[in-house]
Design a protein around this ligand. Structure first.
Ligand code: CTP
Length: 398
């Protein structure tokens, strides 16, 4: 969706500038071109050489560089892009923009442009919370500037709170949303993700090793294609994606209820590792050691969420996608599971410990549909998600 889109990336002077190097890579691998502009302060954090090497383009640094003015004046530079992204957007840059100052290349470009602008702020917590920054943010938002982040978390300066720049993939999603018009715009999709926790008593629970990484990546990729995503997640290790509606649940029953509440949808992707069993009767008091021996845990079966949606008589989503984590005879087991559950596609993978897939950043999947089994090479979970999202977009477009 970013193929042949032109991004003018202004890198401000902050420690988060290093993330902008990764952002350039992510944009280019999606087919976008990136024209980088560095402020003077940014050069203290990243070198023009590394930025231009990654962007594959010249870095613009100085307003009064006459060669550039001859080749491409700052007015033209500011208008030749589809979107201007400022990452990191420092308190200083935001102040200049809000106040209409233009005393260096970055601020002049931002004043001269009629192209949409997206800011990814990054600064110390107190600076972000300062009334001046908040005034500037409100002013810029009123001027039509878009924002992604900042996120809350540990900061390089040792403090905790809002001020961390969004992660490169979150910025990519915001860029895609700002450019609009994705193949899934107007489509509503639900994604389940993560493990479920089934309580034994108020302090203990049964869980599994799902990190939620693949489901999160799928939700992010669907949102990037313009879908309205309802993301229903158990207690996952990875943070939820940005730009989606997040419904956080603990148990399988809560997940089943949340899925029912999210319907109707055009497509459902069931990536959660739902516990098959719960306690027949979870104790409302902490179980104590007793002289009568070990406690006996009696199980009851959880609702099969995927199956119940796949087999809906009325209002079934047009496309229902399940996942199958297997350790042996992966394709046979997964193909049988597809028929048993009644879903359209199954994304099957081998989660034997030797593969390193469970909890890792890569996945090797086989997509099973009416057309048979299609084996995909091993790739990052983000890439699997992007391919799957593309396929979902194709399926919903016919
Ligand atoms: N699933 C679900 N609700 C459940 C169990 C599973 O929605 N209670 C979904 C998962 O999200 C996944 C698919 O069903 O998309 C496969 O789950 P899995 O647990 O592997 O299937 P099972 O039916 O448990 O099969 P088996 O025990 O034979 O592995």
């Amino acid at each position: 969706m970013l193929a042949s889109r032109r991004i003018l990336l202004i890198i401000g002077g902050g420690i988060a500038a290093y993330k902008s190097l990764d952002l350039i890579r992510r944009l280019r691998e999606r087919g976008a071109s990136v024209t980088p502009v560095l402020t003077k302060a940014a050069e203290e954090f990243v070198t023009p050489l590394s930025v231009s090497a990654l962007a594959g383009e010249k870095v613009y640094r100085d307003l009064f560089d006459l060669t550039d003015e001859a080749e491409m004046g700052h007015i033209q530079l500011s208008r030749s892009a589809d979107l201007i992204v400022v990452a990191p957007a420092t308190a200083d840059l935001m102040g200049k923009m809000a106040g209409g100052l233009a005393n260096d290349l970055a601020s002049t470009l931002l004043m001269a442009t009629d192209t949409p602008v997206l800011l990814a702020p990054a600064m110390n917590v107190r600076m972000w919370q300062h009334p001046a920054t908040q005034r500037n943010r409100a002013q810029l938002a009123a001027d039509g500037v878009r924002f992604v982040g900042p996120n809350e978390g540990d900061m390089a300066c040792g403090e905790y709170g809002p001020g961390r720049m969004s992660e490169p993939l979150e910025i990519v999603t915001a860029i895609e949303a700002a450019l609009g018009g994705g193949p899934l715009s107007g489509k509503r999709v639900l994604v389940t993700s993560g493990p479920t926790h089934e309580p034994i008593d108020p302090v203990r629970y049964i869980a599994n090793r799902s990190s939620g990484a693949q489901g999160t990546a799928v939700a992010q990729a669907l949102a990037a294609l313009g879908a309205e995503v309802v993301f229903i997640t158990g207690p996952a290790e990875v943070p939820p994606p940005q730009g989606v509606k997040v419904v956080a649940v603990q148990s399988a029953q809560q997940m089943a209820d949340a899925v029912q509440a999210a319907l109707p949808v055009d497509a459902g992707v069931f990536a959660a590792a739902v516990a098959d069993w719960r306690m027949a009767a979870a104790s409302d008091k902490k179980l104590k050691k007793s002289r009568d021996g070990l406690p006996v845990l009696e199980f009851a079966e959880n609702p099969d969420i995927l199956k119940s949606v796949a087999q809906m008589a009325d209002g079934r989503p047009r496309l229902v996608v399940g996942f199958a984590a297997e350790t042996d005879d992966v394709v046979e087991h997964a193909a049988a599971k597809r028929l048993r559950k009644g879903c359209d596609w199954i994304v099957a993978n081998d989660v034997s410990p030797a593969t390193g897939i469970m909890g890792g950043s890569e996945n090797a999947v086989t997509l099973i549909s009416d057309n048979g089994a299609e084996e995909w090479p091993r790739m990052s979970k983000d890439e699997v998600a992007r391919r799957l999202a593309d396929r979902i977009a194709q399926a919903l477009s016919v």
